[in-house]
Design a protein around this ligand. Structure first.
Ligand code: MV4
Length: 508
């Protein structure tokens, strides 16, 4: 096992990784930016290295500085967490070339899955079902027209370099195709520096179900079942659960087998997630593979009892899996809410600032993965997720009621959070009945009248401090040209923030 591991991340995930290190007897090393000088992860680590200014492009995205810090600390390995550098093949390569271990898959696996058409080809080689569509980027509008006619409208154009919903465009008929093709290409180029797009049949009202896989360096590949991630707002997950309420052992077994074949086809060695769309007739289709530890990993941990971060670090250290497929059991139900420093009454506008009061819930079945503490100031520069609150129960009813109890106990003063929003979701009859798909949040927000008036929003926008904070966030993010929207929770969340800020400013 490693003696020392550098954690190339911040916030709740850095804290989670530090805990895994402690449990393994490994010494955790933190890195931090100007804004994170007093952050929780810095306080919990054995050593901490300052790596730059507050914008991620001047700190957490600077691979060279992170590798230099690891060398200086005497760390043998680097854990990238999620977002930031976690799915940059060049970084994994640079870490390896520096004689250190990247705690994640091989650079070639990251690259294969990063390009969405090569990922589709790999899934197809593995014998897994893929959404009908192209296996290569489209070379012309003519080709797009031919393929769309062959598979039938509606279709979806997607950025080949994309993922996570960016650069996606539904095309309903032939008349829409020409403009959509040009716009999708332009969007993909602006967002990813690569204008290649490909085409898929549009699956209507899909569920987003992902399978957790774990693979070691000895050819052992297992799956830990699914997570239901359909509840999303603007392509950001907000609630995840394990197992999916609609699932059954047969479908789990088939999706698990498909995910394992895909991981094998990618020569995958680490923890990873294979995303699928499931249609209304319970057909499933490969969507993407995320070659990192995911935000929502705790729900799988709660239900299987397996510590995914521990397994991931052990695998990187060259140890075999500590569990066999036949020993994996799914016990009960777990649900997680992503608690954000955002105001659900003001279109989820970021709400940075000092946390003046913090009472975190506890008690039977409750787990709070937090990156903050009372008295700390939530910076404007990063993903505003402050914690993940998860509940386990013997049944879905029990995990829901425990999560409701925990949300009622949770008190955060000084900033707005999405806690009130989750209280509404958890009492919604559709959620309770498991009637959820990818359109759930949009329908819910459309059905419910805003709880504050237009006048109140206007008054907020007269609050110079708030508007200044939003503008600062905007400028910092734009100035750090390395912050490109990419598949990865932290990064894509930043563009959400930027979008919210822009809307707020424009509407003023
Ligand atoms: C789709 C789709 C329907 N058909 N692909 C959105 C995120 C990205 N990972 C893929 N996404 C989708 N791809 C086809 N062929 C619908 C979505 C989608 C979606 C997927 C999961 C969760 C929420 C979503 C919200 C809107 C669209």
């Amino acid at each position: 096992m490693f003696r020392r591991v550098l954690i190339a991340n911040r916030g709740e995930i850095a804290v989670r990784l530090i805990r895994a290190c402690r449990d393994l007897g490994v010494s955790p090393v933190a890195v931090y930016s100007d804004a994170d000088r007093d952050a929780l992860h810095v306080r919990l680590a054995d050593q901490a290295f300052h790596i730059g200014e507050s914008p991620a492009g001047s700190s957490y995205l600077l691979g060279d500085r992170i590798i230099a810090a690891a060398r200086q600390a005497g760390a043998e390995a680097i854990h990238p967490g999620y977002g930031f550098l976690s799915e940059r093949a060049w970084f994994a390569q640079a870490v390896n070339e520096a004689g250190l271990t990247f705690i994640g898959p091989a650079p070639a696996s990251i690259e294969l899955m990063g390009e969405k058409t090569s990922a589709r080809r790999a899934a197809e080689r593995a014998g897994a079902p893929i959404v009908p569509g192209t296996r290569e980027p489209l070379s012309s509008e003519d080709e797009a027209r031919r393929v769309a006619a062959a598979i039938g409208y509606p279709v979806m154009l997607k950025a080949a370099a994309g993922g996570g919903g960016k650069g996606m465009r539904v095309v309903h008929d032939d008349a829409e195709l020409s403009q959509a093709f040009r716009l999708a290409g332009a969007e993909a180029g602006a967002a990813f520096g690569d204008s290649a797009v490909y085409l898929e049949k549009n699956i209507e009202r899909p569920r987003h179900i992902e399978i957790q896989v774990v693979a070691d360096h000895f050819g052992n590949v297992i799956h830990l079942g699914e997570r239901e991630c359909s509840i999303q707002r603007r392509h950001q997950k907000v609630i995840e659960e394990c197992p999916a309420s609609f699932n059954d052992p047969d479908l789990r077994e088939r999706m698990g087998a498909a995910a394992i074949s895909i991981a094998r086809a990618a020569n995958y060695q680490s923890v990873g997630t294979v995303e699928f769309l499931v249609d209304e007739s319970r057909n499933f289709y490969f969507l993407e593979m995320n070659t990192r530890l995911q935000v929502e990993h705790p729900v799988t941990e709660l239900v299987t009892g397996i510590d995914l971060v521990r397994e991931q670090i052990r695998i990187a250290a060259g140890e075999p899996l500590s569990i066999r497929q036949e020993d994996v059991r799914w016990n009960g139900s777990a649900i997680e809410c992503r608690v954000y420093a955002e105001d659900p009454d003001r279109q989820f506008l970021p709400s940075p600032g000092r946390i003046t009061l913090l009472r975190t819930p506890a008690g039977p079945g409750i787990r709070d993965d937090s990156g903050v503490y009372e008295g700390w100031e939530v910076p404007i520069h990063y993903d505003p997720m402050i914690s993940k609150l998860a509940a386990w129960g013997a049944t879905r009813e029990e995990s829901i009621s425990r999560l409701q109890r925990a949300l009622d106990e949770y008190i955060v003063g000084g900033i707005r959070t999405t806690i009130p929003f989750f209280k509404r979701v958890l009492t919604d009859p559709d959620f309770i009945a498991g009637r959820i798909d990818t359109g759930y949040i949009a329908r819910m927000l459309a059905d419910q009248p805003p709880s504050i008036s237009r006048e109140e929003i206007e008054r907020d926008l007269d609050n110079e401090e708030l508007v200044a904070a939003i503008i600062a966030a905007l400028e910092h993010l734009q100035a750090s040209s390395q912050v490109r929207p990419q598949a990865g929770d932290s990064i894509s969340k930043q563009s959400q923030w930027r979008l919210a800020a822009r809307q707020a400013i424009l509407s003023k």
